[in-house]
Design a protein around this ligand. Structure first.
Ligand code: NDP
Length: 402
């Protein structure tokens, strides 16, 4: 029995993880569940799985969870506050930690699991983008096993020879071909992007995902973050990662070798495949995902991404080349801009505009300690917020003069 802690259990990846775990009660024991504010959903998950621990980062939501579970049998201990997530990431009873919190909020618990030598299932790409060198050093020092959950990186991992060290390219690998669906606006004319709504941006054609990653997919920032993630995980320069728009989302990525071979992993676009792969690796288990019917799929298309139409991808490529603190700045500005877009305070092209201004004004620098990362993150968030307020003010002044 492998003990599993699922951090971000109420989210899209978290729920897919619970779906796979429920299919294999003889193999996995769910030890801990954690989220931010969603007490009602977490209470339902506690009733279904009866883990030893449940935590909410938000203290008042944790109090609500305690109230919801009061008097019930099962003996789940409820913890509160961001520190509780780190505690759950290092529980001796959980050999495996699913890091599925969204955004920078997942950084500390992901790092804690890496330091504690866990089998770390990494969905929270933002923690790698922000603190890649620190996270990989922690993994390699503790003997943790880092298994990527992002479908593209999981596909690449499946196409690599076994026994590699995280962050080191295998001999003979020439390039990685990273696929992208292109998002909901793949075929939308550039001129129409200023008026797209958050609802339209959230409607991904192939994947069902959380709100933040759905917007990142629409701007192609998601592919930019994944480029940075791939360079870190597999020890490559950005020049050795080619991005291919592949509208069907069937080929999840490819690895090219010196002898001309190209290996790919294919499956239906359903996160339960990479999750089941990483949970059971090196074994293979049922994930509940439908098998591919390539006759029904019919064709697999590939084309180059349009970085003029989707400038977020070009901004991420530049941050990948610069390295150091630039990906931290990019990620922080993106999180703030995406939130503003979702709340109707910024239009779709405004997301890239905010990030570009914040990145241009940043002085960058190297990552020494976690504190460097946290300081750059906080400063970039403040700059992005100022920038959004400025843009809103200018727009309303222009409106008043019109
Ligand atoms: P969701 O928005 O669906 O879920 C996010 C989860 O994180 C929720 O459980 C949420 O809790 C929790 N959370 C949010 N903020 C905090 C916080 N401050 N402290 C603790 N927990 C918090 O996101 P996804 O599942 O879509 O994505 C999760 C991660 O996986 C992201 O990094 C994403 O990029 C990555 N990923 C997702 C894929 C997908 O298909 N969805 C594919 C590949 C990668 P609550 O519900 O209480 O708010």
């Amino acid at each position: 029995m492998i003990g599993v802690a699922v951090l971000g259990s109420t989210g899209s990846v978290g729920e897919s993880t619970l779906d796979v775990l429920a299919r294999h009660p003889e193999r996995f024991r769910l030890v801990a569940l954690a989220a931010n504010t969603n007490a009602a959903k977490l209470a339902r998950q506690v009733r279904d799985f009866r883990p030893a621990y449940a935590a909410l980062a938000d203290a008042s939501a944790a109090a609500e969870l305690k109230r919801l579970l009061a008097g019930e049998a099962g003996g789940t201990r409820v913890l509160a506050g961001p520190g509780a997530l780190e505690e759950l990431a290092t529980l001796p009873e959980a050999q495996c930690v699913m890091a599925a919190i969204v955004g920078a909020a997942g950084l500390r618990s992901t790092l804690a699991a890496a330091r504690a030598g866990k089998r770390l299932l990494l969905a929270n790409k933002e923690s790698l983008v922000m603190a890649g060198p620190l996270l990989l050093a922690a993994v390699n020092a503790s003997g943790a096993l880092l298994l990527p959950i992002d479908s593209e990186h999981n596909a690449i991992f499946q196409c690599l020879p076994p026994g590699l060290t995280s962050g080191v390219a295998p001999p003979g690998l020439t390039r990685i071909l990273l696929t992208a669906s292109g998002g909901p606006f793949r075929d939308t004319p550039s001129e129409a992007l200023a008026s797209v709504t958050p609802q339209a941006a959230l409607a991904h054609p192939n994947w069902s995902m959380g709100r933040k990653i759905s917007i990142d997919s629409a701007t192609l920032m998601n592919k930019g973050l994944e480029l940075i993630e791939a360079c870190l995980l597999f020890g490559l320069t950005p020049a050795r990662v080619q991005i291919l728009v592949h509208p069907q989302s069937i080929v999840h990525s490819l690895v090219e070798y010196a002898d001309g071979s190209v290996l790919a992993q294919l499956s239906a676009p359903d996160m339960r495949t990479p999750i089941a792969h990483a949970l059971a690796w090196p074994d293979r288990i049922d994930s509940g995902v439908e098998f591919l019917d390539l006759l029904k799929t019919g064709r697999l298309d590939f084309r180059a991404p349009d970085t003029d139409k989707f400038p977020c991808l070009a901004l991420a490529q530049a941050a990948a080349r610069a390295g150091g603190l630039q990906p931290v700045v990019l990620n922080a500005a993106n999180e703030v801009a995406v939130e503003a877009f979702l709340e109707g305070r910024l239009n779709f092209p405004g997301i890239a505009a905010v990030i570009e201004t914040v990145v241009e004004r940043s002085i960058g620098g190297a990552i020494g300690e976690l504190e460097d990362v946290l300081a750059a993150d906080a400063e970039s968030r403040a700059r992005a917020r100022e920038q959004i307020v400025g843009m809103t003010r200018n727009a309303s002044v222009r409106g008043a003069h019109a």
